[in-house]
Design a protein around this ligand. Structure first.
Ligand SMILES: Cc1cc2nc3c(=O)[nH]c(=O)nc-3n(C[C@H](O)[C@H](O)[C@H](O)COP(=O)(O)O)c2cc1C
Length: 227
């Protein structure tokens, strides 16, 4: 399978990518899959101009000549697309959002309303082969609402993606937190194996991955430097 990983962390030492890396270790244990990792921050991706030139041409490419058209080629060709990024202001980082906006050339202006009432654009081609997985880390402890906007956006944009939202992820790069971080990373390795076998994750697995490493009160005390 062809796997396209869109790494949206701007950092060299990404908390989120530690989870993604562990996931890929399990997913591609036997090295059977072709995994392409794009560090989105290193790419030239201008914001969408809203010209809709892509919909006039219907070639699946953007009018702006930068790195996005190469990414669209990889996107179309992928069997699995893994979006890996930190939560920024309850959504995805802006450089990754620019990439998402500019996937518009892959759909047509034509719209369809689904039986459940949702409205979407008709894809340019049959992309139903593509499985989408989202792994997002964040700096807050677990609280209801932190990931809500992101989850709605991902469902609307990607159809029926598998979404994993993990709290307290700065702990993944704190050496003395390894006692709780390493077991989480091990769960990501196992989740990668599960995804490789079924191209989805069970609700139980997602719940295990999203389970806080330490209680919220303890995390807040640590962050604030309180005893
Ligand atoms: C600009 C900015 C906005 C952020 N917004 C949120 C947020 O809305 N909710 C949250 O829990 N964490 C937020 N964070 C914290 C990051 O999600 C957190 O530090 C994450 O672990 C960084 O992951 P990375 O190392 O993979 O980039 C924000 C961080 C930055 C720099």
């Amino acid at each position: 399978m062809k796997v396209l990983v869109l790494n949206g962390s701007p950092k060299q030492k990404s908390d989120t990518f530690r989870m993604t890396d562990a996931f890929l270790k399990g997913f591609n244990r036997e090295g059977k899959h072709e995994v392409t990792i794009i560090n989105v921050i290193e790419k030239q991706i201008a914001p969408c101009k809203g010209c809709f030139g892509c919909w006039q041409q219907l070639e699946g490419h953007c009018m702006i000549q930068d790195d996005q058209n190469g990414i669209l080629d990889l996107y179309r060709d992928a069997d699995v697309i893994l979006w890996s990024f930190p939560l920024y202001c309850y959504g995805m980082p802006s450089h990754l959002k620019a990439l998402l906006d500019r996937t518009i050339p892959l759909v047509q202006m034509k719209m369809v309303q689904e039986p459940d009432g949702t409205v979407r654009h008709v894809p340019l081609a049959d992309f139903s082969r593509i499985h989408t997985l989202v792994i997002s880390g964040c700096g807050f402890p677990d609280w209801e609402g932190n990931f809500d906007a992101l989850k709605i956006q991902c469902r609307n944009c990607f159809g029926d993606p598998t979404i994993v939202c993990v709290p307290e992820t700065p702990m993944l790069n704190v050496p003395h937190a390894a006692v709780v971080a390493d077991p989480l990373l091990e769960r990501f390795v196992k989740a990668g194996e599960e995804y490789e076998a079924s191209l989805t994750l069970s609700q139980e697995t997602v719940a295990e991955l999203e389970h806080p490493m330490i209680p919220a009160e303890e995390y807040i005390r640590n962050v604030n430097g309180d005893r």
